[in-house]
Design a protein around this ligand. Structure first.
Ligand code: SF4
Length: 484
């Protein structure tokens, strides 16, 4: 594969003019000539090849460095259907070679000053520090632990700079108080309902307030998206502020697509000040499916795993990414999206595990219509012993028409709508909306009984009135106020 991939996809505009020592330019050239054809290297200057089964992850159009996005499939990358999802290939090779444990380490975002340059000089520097003789002696040892330690002494500092220091370990929140009511309810063992209210396309918030008012009594929290499907709307943060002022517990969705490392940290602190306690980190849909003309198709600065790692450290360690101290630590309940049907449930579970290690306390899944597939994914999570480390909120959408069913089935990456569901909607004809609600109720009933599921996230796509009906008819009302 690597032989036929184009050479460099990314190059900063200033690079040709960057003054560098001849030796470094030469090293970079040799690295490109060697690693380009062998591994499909894109010269990101922050090499991770050993962690990614020797396939360069920079081939991913989103530049993801910690695993596939929610739209990956075994057949193709949803951003560019002419090629395979590089992360699917990485997972497949890692699993077949027994290198899957390496996929668990939380890998840093790019140090952009190094992009386009070599990584080998860093390796040489580290070799000198360790002692070349000591390195070779260690590598020739018969003891695999000594070999591993010697290797790590040189390569870990190269791939994990001090400002990141990622690992493959679970980091529970050090925040023992609940950040907000969603966290409190989940900790109390309640089965929660959440929903999302679509941010308006104009500055008039009267409709937004009406929608919040309509669903607030029936759910524990309300999500507000961050330019969902790469189409600009009112900011999720502004909507969360409105919801918080109305006594709701909002979930602020932040995407890696629309936030770089600076804006993520700034927004998270601002949100905390505004009383927004739940932050859902998602990589974000590619601009290729968004509004036109298409925005940047270059790699995102951060992926969801990296966003979680940064925000968790801000909260638990009181540190900005650059190491500055945050005198008054923020308090968040951190969440992530999960996509059980993208690529394979087994691969996705691996990625979800990494998100939990990085800091995700709750997962909201993509829309689920296939209960058996969901069970398979949950089983993988159970085997990985993470079901008791994260709250799982399963996404359900009441279908309204055959068109909607087909749209979700064929156009939305990571959503599987089984034939049986489509047939039921088709047969219902004019009553498709009612049939969609019945399907949602049946799914809710089955999913509630599943091991490890803590709630349902209702996606109504602008039809907020269905929230009350589904919550009531599912028998989830547990107190006199009508609150689930
Ligand atoms: S499907 Fe997603 S993870 Fe896979 S290559 Fe495309 S953008 Fe990257």
């Amino acid at each position: 594969m690597a032989l036929f991939t184009p050479v460099r996809r990314w190059q900063p505009p200033f690079l040709p003019f960057k003054r560098q020592k001849f030796s470094l330019r030469l090293l970079a050239w040799i690295e490109r000539v060697v690693k380009g054809p062998l591994f499909g290297c894109r010269m990101c200057g922050n090499c991770l090849l050993q962690e990614t089964a020797f396939i360069c992850p920079m081939e991913c159009p989103k530049g993801l460095r910690n695993g596939p996005c929610g739209g990956s499939t075994p057949e193709y990358c949803y951003v560019d259907k002419t090629r395979k999802c590089v992360w699917y290939l990485i997972y497949r090779r890692a699993f077949s070679k027994g290198r899957e444990e390496k996929l668990m380490e939380v890998l840093p975002p790019l140090d952009w000053e190094k992009v386009g340059g070599e990584t080998w000089a860093d390796v040489v520097r580290q070799l000198r520090k360790t002692g070349t003789g000591k390195f070779f002696r260690g590598m020739l040892s018969r003891n695999p632990e000594v070999r591993n330690e010697t290797w790590e002494n040189v390569f870990r500092p190269v791939r994990q700079p001090e400002w990141w220091n990622g690992d493959a370990v679970y980091h529970p929140s050090s925040n023992h108080e609940s950040a907000g009511s969603l966290e409190r309810r989940l900790k109390n063992g309640e089965f929660v309902f959440t929903t999302e209210v679509i941010p308006p396309l104009h500055p008039d918030i009267s409709r937004l307030k009406k929608n919040i008012e309509a669903v607030k009594p029936f759910v524990s929290a309300l999500n507000f998206t961050d330019n969902s499907a790469a189409v600009p709307r009112m900011s999720g943060q502004a909507c969360c502020k409105v919801a918080a002022s109305m006594g709701a517990d909002p979930v602020l969705q932040l995407t890696g697509r629309d936030n770089n490392r600076y804006s993520l940290q700034a927004k998270a602190l601002g949100a905390n000040m505004e009383g927004i306690k739940n932050i859902l980190c998602i990589t974000g849909d590619s601009p290729v499916i968004g509004s036109k003309p298409t925005g940047s198709l270059e790699m995102f600065d951060l992926d969801a795993v990296q966003m979680l790692w940064i925000l968790r450290r801000m909260r638990d360690e009181g540190k900005y990414l650059d190491g500055r101290e945050i005198k008054c630590k923020p308090s968040y309940f951190l969440g992530a999206a999960a996509s059980p049907f993208a690529s394979k449930p087994k691969y996705q579970a691996w990625r979800e595990h990494k998100k939990v290690n990085a800091g995700a306390q709750f997962l909201q899944t993509n829309l689920i219509f296939d209960v058996d597939g969901l069970e398979e994914w949950l089983e993988e999570l159970y085997r990985k012993d993470i079901l008791d480390k994260v709250y799982i909120i399963v996404g359900i959408a009441p279908l309204r028409s055959l068109r909607m069913a087909n749209h979700l089935r064929y156009e939305v990456p990571g959503v599987v709508v089984p034939d049986s569901v489509v047939r039921r909607i088709e047969k219902a004809g004019d009553e498709a909306g009612e049939e969609g609600i019945q399907i949602a109720l049946e799914l809710t009933e089955k999913i509630r009984k599943m091991r490890g599921v803590n709630g349902i996230h209702l996606t109504t796509m602008g039809c907020e009135s269905t929230v009350e009906r589904i919550v009531r008819e599912s028998g989830a009302i547990i107190d006199d106020t009508g609150r689930p």
